[in-house]
Every structure is written in C-alpha cells, then in structure tokens.
Ligand binder design. Structure first.
Ligand SMILES: Nc1ncnc2c1ncn2[C@@H]1O[C@H](COP(=O)(O)OP(=O)(O)O)[C@@H](O)[C@H]1O
Ligand SMILES: O=P(O)(O)OC[C@H]1O[C@](O)(COP(=O)(O)O)[C@@H](O)[C@@H]1O
Ligand SMILES: [Mg+2]
Length: 531
C-alpha cells in the first residue's frame, strides 16, 4: 500500500507515507449557519492513504495524531465470556470498506473507509473512561435504542461504569446537569419513541461545550444527530484537538429523512417507511369509499424524498408521489390537475403522497412568502399538503358536474414519534457497538455507519459536505414512475439537461460508478445494486 496521508495512523497502516492532500476539509461553507468556531483555523488535514490501482483510504483522526505518547492496553473483550467462542475477536487493522461497489475491469479502486469493529489494543483503561451521550436535532425512531446500546455496550464489553447523558441537545452541555446512565436505567428505553435525553435545535456553542467536557473530565463523547449535529461534532472535535484533550469525539448519524451522504441509510428510516403505510392505507380506504375520492398524505422529507419514494413503492396504492427533487406543476397540459382528473375518471379514486419539501417554490410564489428558519438555521417549510389539497379542491369547484371528496392526512409527527421496529433496533445496536469500539481504539473525529453493508469509520467532512438526495435520473425513481404511472412533469430536454448536469458534476457517465456521490437511491437498498 502506498501511503499518502498526513499523520500516521497508530494502529494500522504502518507503511511509509507521503503528503497528498493538504486541503482544509472544513471549508467555511461547511459551517454555514453555525457560530464561527475558534477551532476552524486548527482544522486538521485529510488523512489519505494511497494504494495500488487507485486505492485511497480516507482515514479518520486518532488521538495519537496529537498525543503520540499515549499508552495502549489489551482489549478487555478478549476475556469476555460472550466473545470467547468467537474465533476472530478483532478486526484486522488493515481492513477497509470500499465506497464504490459496482466496478469495471478497468475501474480505479477508489475511496475506502476504515472498517469499524473492536481492535486488539485499546487506548483507554476501563476505569479511566468518562463517557457522555447527547441527542440533537429532530426526533427519529431508534434514538433510545442507540443510547441503550452505547450504555450497555460500554458496561458489558469494556467494563466502563461512568456514562452520563447530556439533556436537551447541545445546549444541555452548558445549561444543565448531567444524568447518570446505567444498564438498569436504560433497560427498557428501546421500547419507547423519542429520546430519554431530550433534544433541541440551535444552541451550539463550541467553546462552552468543550469547557464542559474539560471540566467534567469527559473523555468519550457520543453525539447522535443529523447533518447539522455532525457539523457541530466536527467543530467540537477540532476544538478538543486544539486544546490537546484526550477525548474521542464520535458521531452517530441520525435523521428520519435519510439525507446523510455516503452511508447506506440512516436508522429510523425503515420504521418511518413502515409506519407511513398505515397513513397511506387510511387514505386509500377513505378515497375508495367516496365518489371521486382523493386521499392526500404528507410525509417527512425536508430536502430528500426518500420516505415518500419508498413508502410509495412499498404500498402500491399510490397514484402520484411528489418529492422535493422532482419539480412539478399544477395547471395545463401534463400538469398535476389534469392527471388527477384523468385518474379519477379512470379509477374513481386516487392517493397522492407528497414529501413535505416538495413544491416549496410553487407555494412560495403563489403566497409571496418570505423565508424563515428554525433555531438551527434550517428553512421552515410551508405546508405543501394543505396547499395542494386546497388547489385540488379549488380546481374541481369550478367543475360542478365533477364532485370530489378529498381527505388530507398529515401523519408526520406520528411517524417520527414511534418506537423503532425490529430491524432498526438491530441496526441501532450495531451502530452503537461500532461507535464505542472506535472510541476505545482511540479513533476520534468520526461518524460511524454502514457503507455497502459494512460498518465503517467515516471522517465528518465526508458526510456533511453534501446531502443524500433521490437521483431522479436513476432507476429507482423510474420504478416509482412505473408503479404510479404519474407524469414525470419534465420535458425530454429537462431530462437530458439533468443527465448532463449529473455527468458534469461527477465527471463520469455511469452513475453507479460515481466517486462519492454514487447512486444514493440504489444505496438505500443496502447493496447498492442496480437491478
Ligand atoms: N454548521 C453547524 N455547525 C455547528 N453546529 C451546528 C451546525 N448546524 C447545526 N448545528 C447544531 O446541530 C444541532 C442540530 O442541528 P439540526 O439541523 O437542528 O438537526 P440535525 O442534526 O438533525 O440536522 C443544533 O443544536 C444546531 O445548533
Ligand atoms: O418540527 P421539527 O422538530 O423542526 O422537525 C421537522 C423536521 O424534522 C425532520 O423530520 C428531520 O430533520 P432533522 O434530520 O434535521 O432532524 C424533517 O423531515 C422535518 O422537516
Ligand atoms: Mg438536518
């Protein structure tokens, strides 16, 4: 392996290294909306390690990058009876996970991430660890499971008995007392929705947060949250490093919208798609039972329409799925209203699923609306479900010979507040375990998640630099269009332009082979297979 990183990784990759990329991975844009951090000028360099045939490891930071003399200890897992039957306790330090799963004979091997899992030697003694857990941003099914498994994993696998919870999101670091978390106190929490720690938007003050870590002697901090939270975690890591603290900063990505780049999918997404079926079903029953019945269901998805897309495909009762990535229009030939009328004439009823971020430009134009933001700087959305329902009603009011019955269902918070389903529970457990194995092994400044089915440690900048979106020129969206037979609302010319933009953006013609951005839709399948 030809090493081209900046700082040698202590556990693995002992090979010689040369400098490759000294770009600041935390450009100002990545922190937009956040308080400027004193840590930004300390932003660490990317750790890149090159190998044969275009292989690149995008490594994560390690405590020894800035504390080279740290002692190591044998991993207590090797004495754990539960693990004694496992032939290979530990991940091979050279194991990496490929980002590019579809390859050609001549393809470069491309980006890889460090494989998650327990290491032979650890950088913390059990009684030395003071861990803290915080949940930030919007709710998502599975938050409590991640908290539970972090606490139980630290206790049971690593013999750690000092774990505290930070209440109410980032601001809880400096405005509240911590709560002790024990396996007993978290035993049942995975059966409940929400987060036992509470959460919030806004209130990220890097200096005060790191003061808190320092004052309380916290040396492992697990930060569960979405893109905003992970940007916050990244600046916390920078400040921790600047102060030279022995403290691992670990991100666990959370968002119901599934809009986090690089990773296969975010926890809670499966549960959301499953729960959405109940609303779609209700809309279908209502629509079917009325003359020219229309059911409109609004689902979450601020900038990415994954929940709407998957819920539509899963249900097969949906006649039209509207997502933020695919612009639509109402009036005239090829417009939504014409389609609704035709579908009602053909079938006598129909169901429309709309993601909350869809059609925002249309609504803003029709209402002369000025942008507003939440405490975290996220754009506040207008209610597309209500707006759309009203537009459809207004349209048919002008046609007294065509009476309709429209029912609008907004299950968004009901979906977000449920407990996680079985598969999300297992997923959350693996995420928590991967996170704590990484922290114990001295890694820091990373997010953990599966990439093509294997859990990996991913540098923060890779998951915050862009959002995961439905690619409407990919086959998954075509499947939706096939299943609903809805108009695509785009001219041939629009589609060609979009393909061209995609190609320009990724410098390649086959989206399955894209570096970094690859097909996020197909990745949602876990295997990234385009079939
Ligand atoms: N660019 C940023 N830098 C630092 N902190 C941020 C940034 N963006 C958001 N945050 C903080 O992260 C937390 C959660 O962000 P938010 O956007 O509400 O949710 P999510 O993490 O789910 O995207 C908030 O406390 C917010 O202040
Ligand atoms: O009402 P809130 O708490 O701001 O949440 C609404 C937003 O939260 C989300 O569910 C997810 O957002 P986050 O990933 O930022 O938590 C969006 O779909 C939705 O727009
Ligand atoms: Mg977000």
């Amino acid at each position: 392996m030809e090493a081209v990183g900046v700082t040698p990784a202590p556990v693995a990759a002992p090979e010689k290294k040369k400098l490759l990329d000294l770009k600041d991975p935390f450009p100002a844009a990545a922190n937009s909306g956040a308080k400027a951090s004193s840590a930004s000028k300390w932003a660490t360099k990317k750790k890149l390690v090159g190998g044969d045939a275009g292989y690149v490891l995008e490594d994560v930071p390690h405590l020894t990058d800035y504390m080279p003399q740290l002692p190591t200890y044998p991993n207590p897992l090797q004495d754990n009876p539960a693990y004694s039957v496992v032939k290979q306790y530990f991940v091979n330090p050279d194991d990496t996970v490929t980002q590019k799963i579809v390859v050609h004979k001549t393809s470069a091997r491309g980006t890889h991430f460090r494989r998650a899992g327990p290491r032979q030697r650890v950088y913390f003694q059990s009684d030395e660890v003071n861990a803290a857990i915080v949940t930030c941003g919007g709710l998502c099914p599975g938050l409590n499971t991640v908290i539970r498994e972090l606490v139980c994993g630290l206790y049971d696998m690593y013999g750690v008995s000092s774990v505290v919870g930070i209440e109410g999101g980032y601001k809880g670091f400096y405005s509240k007392n911590t709560v002790a978390l024990t396996p007993k106190s978290v035993n049942d929490i995975h059966k409940r929705g929400g987060t036992v720690l509470g959460t919030s938007r806004g209130g990220h003050d890097t200096a005060k947060i790191v003061d808190c870590l320092q004052d309380r002697g916290i040396n492992q901090v697990y930060i569960i949250g979405g893109d905003g939270t992970q940007k916050g975690a990244s600046v916390i890591y920078e400040e921790v490093r600047r102060r030279g603290l022995k403290c691992s900063v670990v991100g666990v990505p959370k968002t119901i919208d599934n809009d986090i780049a690089v990773i296969d999918k975010s926890f809670g997404f499966d549960t959301a798609v499953e729960e959405a079926q109940r609303a779609i079903n209700a809309a279908h029953v209502e629509a079917e039972s009325a003359e020219n019945g229309i059911g409109v269901v609004k689902l979450m998805g601020r900038n990415s329409g994954f929940i709407a897309m998957y819920a539509t495909l899963a249900s097969r009762d949906v006649d039209c799925c509207l997502i933020p990535e695919s612009p639509f229009y109402l009036e005239g030939k090829g417009g939504l209203l014409e389609f609704v009328e035709r579908r009602l004439k053909d079938n006598g009823h129909m169901v429309i699923v709309v993601a909350e971020g869809a059609g925002q430009d249309l609504i803003a134009r029709s209402m002369n609306f000025v942008d507003t933001q939440d405490a975290s700087g996220n754009k506040l959305l207008l209610d597309v479900g209500l707006w759309l329902s009203q537009k459809i009603k207004d349209h048919f009011k002008k046609k007294p010979s065509f009476p309709i019955t429209l029912k609008y269902i907004d299950p968004t918070y009901m979906i977000r507040a449920v407990r996680s389903n079985a598969s999300d529970n297992v997923y959350c457990t693996l995420l928590a375990h991967s996170a704590l194995h990484g922290a114990m092994a001295g890694y820091t400044g990373f997010t953990v998640a599966p990439v093509n089915g294997r859990h990996a440690y991913i540098p923060f900048y890779r998951i915050t630099e862009k959002q995961n979106k439905v690619v409407i020129t990919d086959r998954m969206w075509a499947r939706v269009l096939c299943s609903t037979n809805q108009p695509c609302f785009l001219s041939h010319e629009d589609v060609e332009n979009m393909k061209h933009d995609d190609d320009e953006h990724h410098h390649m013609h086959n989206t399955q082979l894209l570096e970094g951005g690859s097909s996020p839709v197909s990745k949602c399948n876990g295997s990234a297979a385009a079939v």
